[in-house]
Structure formats: C-alpha cells, structure tokens
Design a protein around this ligand. Structure first.
Ligand code: NAD
Ligand code: UGA
Length: 317
C-alpha cells in the first residue's frame, strides 16, 4: 500500500513499484475525478493492471480492508510544506501528519504488516552549523510542520517497539525532493516555471540558503530499498548529495532556459533553515543506496517535463 499516492513522491513510487511487478493499492484523499493535480499525478498509473486507487481520508476511513495481503506499507500521505504550517492550517498538519499516522500504525499492527516505510523530513534537524546532519543528532525542528514530522516518525517508532506490534518501521528523512510533478509551491518548480514563462520569481531571503536537493528517482530507489532491507526500526537520511544554493538553482534554470529569471527579493520566511545537508553514511550502509542524479541533470529532466506539460502542471505557481 502506498498512502499519498496522488501526491508528488507517492505517485512516482507507486508507478515504479507497479513497473517492477508489484501489486499496489494507492490511497489518497484527493479525488482524481475532481482534483486536477491528483489526476495529473495519477495519469501514469491509470489503467495499469497492477494498480488499484482508493480515494479515502486516512483520518476516518477503514484502513484494515486496504491492508489485506499487504506485505509493506509506504506511508507518504501528509501535509507537506514548511511555511504554511504557521497559522490556521496547523490543525490540518496535526491531523494528517500525526493523527492519521496513528491510525495507520494501529491498522498495520492489527493486520500483521511486517514493514512500514514512513516519509519523514530533513526539516526535523532544524538549524545547523552548515555541517552534515547525522541521524543521531538531536532534532531541533524550527517550524510547526517540522514538529509534526518529528512527531510522526517518533510515533511510528514508538508503535514499533510495542511487544504486540509485528511492524518494523524505517523512517526516511527526505531532503528537498525535486523532479517532474514536484509540488508547485516548491522552489525548483517555481524557478523553472519562471525561466520557462518569463514570470517573476519571488526569492525569500538572499538566496544563499542551501539544500541537499534529492532527485525524485533517487528518492524512490531509496524508498523501495527501505521496504526490504533486513533491519531494525530506525531513521535514515535520504539526501541527494547535490548541495546547492537557491542562487545556484536560479543560475541553472537560466542556463537551461537561455533567459534570465526576473527575481523579486522578499524577506526570509519563518521556519526556513539556512542549510540542509545529509550525512549519507547510514543510507549507504543500510540501504546500499547512493544518489545517481546530480542537480544539473535532475533540473534538466524536471524542466523538460514542465515544458512538455505546461497546462497540466501549471506554470503560474
Ligand atoms: P504531496 O502533497 O504531493 O503528497 C501528499 C499526499 O498526501 C497528497 O496527495 C494528499 O492528498 C495526501 N494526504 C494528505 N493527508 C491525507 C489524509 N489524511 N488521507 C489521505 N491522504 C492524505 O507531498 P509530497 O511532496 O509528495 O510529500 C510526500 C510526503 O513526503 C509527505 O509526508 C511530506 O511531508 C514528505 N516529505 C516531502 C519532501 C519533499 O521534498 N517533497 C521532503 C521531506 C518529506
Ligand atoms: C521541502 C518540502 O517542501 C518539505 O515538505 C520537506 O519536508 C522539506 O523540503 C525537507 O527537506 O524535509 P523546503 O526545503 O522549504 O521544504 O523546500 P522548498 O519549498 O523548495 O523551499 C526551498 C527554499 O526556497 C526555502 O528557503 C524557501 O524559503 C525558498 N523559496 C521557496 C523561495 O525563495 N521562493 C519560493 O517561491 C519558494
């Protein structure tokens, strides 16, 4: 089962699993019949015999029947995004990231699922001195979103320690994932869209923020590996190994498009950290994984996808 299957990462994961011969139940509360983004994300899966899609809210639906015969659950459903988590939407973050996760863990326990892979986040580390974050570092989340992601991964791990719980949990701390179908609120999508259309790009801060950008295919490979490795429960960094600043991203987008993005600088946003960087050792050791796609090649593929589907993915993010 893949939760959040109508989303960016979940739709890629479900597609790759089905292509590899797995039978996948995808669950998401966004209905592709009425939600344009969900429909676009799921279009690659439509009609594939190994894929069954269920539109349901994990806060209220019966989860057990969806888990019959499931040998792994990839729990990607959640409300992402750092900046909108301040203010009135916090309840949605809490509900989907924490309460729904609690229901999913109760269900996998009852149904005897042996592995759950949870989508955690690099944001749990909070501000750093610019060095690489190791999984054993003390988390210091600096946004409400990051607090819910830390709660989510720890909740999964707490369930897994219970004597009656048959489920081992691998919580992956993804570092800023990009590529085709990336959420339109994210920076890479916006920079490439600005480069393609000539619309201005809003830059929050001076652009010296750095991210350990992770290409979607690499994130998916790590996620699938996490379902099968013989390991005890724990957390693992999934960082793309491409440390780049926002100014670097703008420069790459300019050179790919052959035009200069008009940048409108605004104040930095609350909760944003200056730098994320993954220590890759545990991922390498436990998952046998290392990222394959650097930021230049990844952004080229991302731009090609946007250029090919301007109406679907929306350029005016
Ligand atoms: P996304 O918004 O594209 O996908 C998340 C999906 O979860 C959405 O389709 C949404 O409808 C669904 N969902 C939310 N609440 C639900 C509920 N109660 N019941 C059923 N479905 C629900 O986001 P994404 O970028 O694909 O991120 C996927 C996961 O990975 C999230 O948990 C996010 O916190 C985490 N993550 C993402 C990134 C990134 O860079 N994209 C980095 C770190 C962690
Ligand atoms: C991303 C995802 O959005 C989170 O869901 C995820 O948990 C997180 O990665 C992670 O690594 O864990 P973020 O790093 O904030 O969060 O990624 P973007 O939304 O792409 O923002 C990157 C930077 O660009 C931030 O400093 C942001 O302020 C800036 N930005 C974003 C702009 O300057 N302008 C914009 O229009 C959008």
């Amino acid at each position: 089962m893949v939760t959040g299957a109508a989303g960016f990462i979940g739709s890629h994961l479900a597609h790759t699993l089905v292509q590899a011969g797995a039978v996948v139940v995808g669950v998401d509360r966004r209905d592709p019949a009425t939600d344009r983004t969900a429909a676009a994300n799921l279009s690659v899966l439509r009609g594939l015999p190994g894929y069954m899609h269920v539109t349901a809210d994990l806060l209220s639906c019966a989860i057990d029947p969806l888990l019959v015969d499931a040998n792994a659950v990839f729990h990607l459903a959640g409300i992402p995004g750092v900046r909108p988590s301040w203010g009135p939407r916090f309840g949605e973050y809490l509900a989907s990231n924490v309460l729904a996760t609690h229901r999913v863990m109760d269900a996998v326990t009852r149904m005897g699922v042996t592995r759950l892979v949870a989508a955690s986040s690099s944001s749990v580390y909070g501000p750093t001195d610019g060095g690489a974050s190791v999984e054993t570092d003390r988390p210091q989340p600096s946004s409400p979103y990051a607090v819910t992601k830390l709660a989510e991964e720890q909740l999964c791990l707490a369930h897994s320690t219970q004597a009656h719980c048959p489920t081992s949990v691998v919580a992956l701390r993804y570092f800023t994932v990009y590529g085709p179908r990336q959420r339109p609120d994210m920076f890479t999508h916006r920079a490439l869209t600005a480069a393609l259309t000539g619309q201005p790009l809003r830059l929050y801060g001076d652009g010296h923020q750095r991210r350990d950008f992770t290409y979607i295919d690499d994130a998916v490979t790590a996620t699938i590996a996490a379902a099968t490795i013989p390991t005890a429960s724990g957390v693992i960094n999934v960082g793309g190994g491409s440390s780049a600043s926002l100014l670097d991203v703008i420069n790459i987008a300019n050179s790919l498009a052959g035009r200069e993005i008009q940048v409108h600088q605004e104040n930095p946003r609350s909760g944003d950290v200056l730098t994320t960087r993954a220590n890759p050792d545990r991922a390498h050791e436990l998952l046998g994984w290392q990222p394959q796609v650097d930021i230049h090649n990844g952004m080229r593929a991302h731009m090609q996808a946007l250029a090919a589907e301007p109406a679907t993915y929306g350029r005016a993010a």
